[in-house]
Design a binder for this molecule. Sequence first.
Ligand code: G3H
Ligand code: 13P
Ligand code: ZN
Length: 338
Amino acid sequence: MPLIPMRVMLDHAAENGYGVGAFNVNNMEQIQAIMMAATETNSPVIVQASRGARSYSQDNYLRHLMLAAAELNPQIPIAMHQDHGNSPETCFSAIDQGFTSVMMDGSLEADGKTPATYEYNVDVTKQVVNKAHGLGVTVEAEIGCLGGIEDGHGAGLSGEEAQEHLTDPEEAERFVKDTGCDALAVAIGTSHGAYKFTKKPTGDVLKMDLIADIHRRLPDTHLVMHGSSSVPRELVEIINEFGGGLKESYGVPVEAIQEGIKHGVRKINVDTDNRLAITGAIRKLLAEKPEKFDPRDYMKPAREAMAEVVKARMIAFGQAGWAEKVPVVSLEAMAKRY
Ligand code: G3H
Ligand code: 13P
Ligand code: ZN
């Protein structure tokens, strides 16, 4: 099966009330882990690459690895997505490289750090929508800014500043009308990375009620939850047991995501949990078998550990079992629908 537009997958998820995990990749093993989990659970998948991932892995390697994933798993619908495009140019270059979906994150300026104005966000998002839809490519946009001061991602907002940049439901409604984006990332109190919350989040820091309000206003827009890793204690413990030094922290509980899925969340971004699984497996193998130096000896358990996390998320989000039911729509056919 060729790579398909993400919109097709999210429409199907909305019709059938499930969510789709979007997992970040930087190398072959991460792509393989996702495909292992997808084939085992019969799930449609979104594979996404950040700007950093694209420069780390190089676009040509990434493109051919994704084509290999599609060739080897013809029964699995796959969307290839640019995560956090910082400018129209980044999104256009992703489209040139065969990505079937792009995120124009105009909530921040092109430096990826400074919160942008509404007008700037609309302007850059519209430029991307105009070009992408003409080619059948899906567009995710973002309104409101994620928090996250410790990990150096995004705006680096403190907890209090992040509260000021939560998505305003009224503005979200206007933004979708002004831009015509397919999917909308919303800021509800989460942040990227391993340090999201200092205790199990309650409704005053993780604002799931905002999701319900936005969904009521925008029933046809697919909502996206970024920063959705759950930071499982057992993964952190493996890392720390074998020489790591991670601080205690809490992520987004899977049950909160499931609640979001009931209220229009269709795409759930997960990267950190997979990073934790990989790092724990590598640390464990090298600590227990210090004589090993063949990368396959530690990359294989690392790949398996990531596949286990992805599999669990696919089941929890409800995408498991749907692979064959997602309609195969080409980019050309999708372009005609817009
Ligand atoms: O946006 C956050 C994702 O986890 C990607 O992270 O920019 O370090 O590749 P990255
Ligand atoms: P996590 O850091 O919570 O995995 O979030 C990833 C993400 O939102 C990528 O865009
Ligand atoms: Zn993100």
